[in-house]
Design a binder for this molecule. Structure first.
Ligand SMILES: [Zn+2]
Length: 332
């Protein structure tokens, strides 16, 4: 194990970066690694959230014994996260490092709570049709990590833990939306949205450009609002005047698509649009789901050599009223 720790000295940088997630809001994380490594770290940072979503939902389809193991993992997370825990390595670079019971594994760990979890970066990317590589997604990373956490709580088999990880992952995938700008260049530019639940939570919204991931969840939560008093202006395209607004109790962001891409020479101006469904509370205990709005997220992508870089100061979110969307209703 001493050998291992010297091998992974460079990945300690990862931990320093990971802390920026904890601050919330928006910040670039882990600029050194690839998108798959970032997805693993993001899944790790938000693990409480993802496990809770599964434990609270019948859609997760866990058996009572699987649920008990997942609950153990959930309760143990604060202790697990007390010290740096995720370390990236490569089976190709260090043959035998990830060999367990005769098979090369995507990850390995010890048997104690807080044991480091070693991730095999070789297996985080799969070759796709275009010849490029698809990074592991956040729901897939959740499955990998749940499996490894499980080893900290008893002598469960790899297969038992795989099943629990896959259950959580499948349920998350149903609430995950990933929208690549161009389908065959999946990892280059994409937006990822996770809607944890219908009524009381706000979506996690991530922008991926090149190898950078930018978390704009807080910007989203600050941008959405419920109308309290609006002065209608009957002339299109002038928007109604929203004189008084308030924060919703929860919000969904869905039906997301890329709307505008303008090549401006040294940079691109891009825009994503999606439907916003807010849980607006006007009287005590009376929630009204408000589906009148859409949200645009616009930003600039700088071209630097062969690389694309998101200009984080350019990100703008705007909730606006869309009369076409008014006719649809979601349950309160
Ligand atoms: Zn295992």
């Amino acid at each position: 194990m001493i050998k291992l720790s010297t091998l992974f000295v460079s990945s300690l940088l990862t931990f320093a970066s990971l802390n920026t997630w904890a601050l919330g809001g928006g910040d670039f994380v882990n600029n050194g690694g690839g998108l798959a490594e970032k997805n693993v770290l993001y899944a790790y940072a938000k693990m409480e959230n993802y496990i809770q979503t599964c434990l609270q939902s019948d859609a997760c389809k866990l058996t009572p014994s699987q649920k008990a193991i997942l609950q153990q993992i959930y309760i143990g997370l604060p202790l697990e996260k007390k010290s740096p825990q995720i370390l990236f390595g490569s089976e190709r670079a260090t043959p035998g490092l990830f060999m367990i019971d005769g098979n090369v594994r995507v990850a390995k760990t010890g048997s104690a709570v807080g044991s480091p979890i070693y991730i095999n970066s070789d297996l985080l990317y799969t070759k796709c049709q275009s010849g490029g590589y698809d990074p592991v997604t956040i729901p897939e990373a959740v499955a990998i990590l749940i499996h490894e956490f499980g080893h900290h709580y008893g002598k469960y088999t790899h297969e038992e833990l795989d099943l629990i990880g896959v259950r959580v992952s499948l349920m998350l995938q149903q609430n995950f939306i990933s929208t690549p700008l161009i389908p065959w260049a999946r990892s280059e530019i994409s937006a990822t949205v996770f809607n944890p639940d219908l009524l009381t939570s706000f979506p996690q919204v991530l922008l991926n450009v090149g190898n950078d991931v930018f978390d704009i969840s807080r910007m989203y939560a600050e941008a959405v609002h419920c109308e309290v008093f609006t002065l209608p202006i009957p002339i299109l395209p002038i928007p109604d005047l929203e004189l008084i607004t308030k924060m919703p109790a929860g919000s969904l962001f869905h039906n997301i698509h890329w709307e505008k891409i303008k090549d401006k020479g040294p940079y691109y101006n891009v825009q994503i649009t999606g439907n916003v469904s807010n849980n607006c509370k006007y009287k005590q205990n009376v929630g009204i789901r408000n589906n009148n709005f859409q949200m645009t997220i616009s930003f600039r992508i700088n071209k630097i050599g062969n690389e694309l870089k998101l200009d984080k100061s350019s990100i703008k979110l705007d909730q606006f009223k869309d009369p076409w969307w008014k006719i649809l209703k979601l349950p309160n």
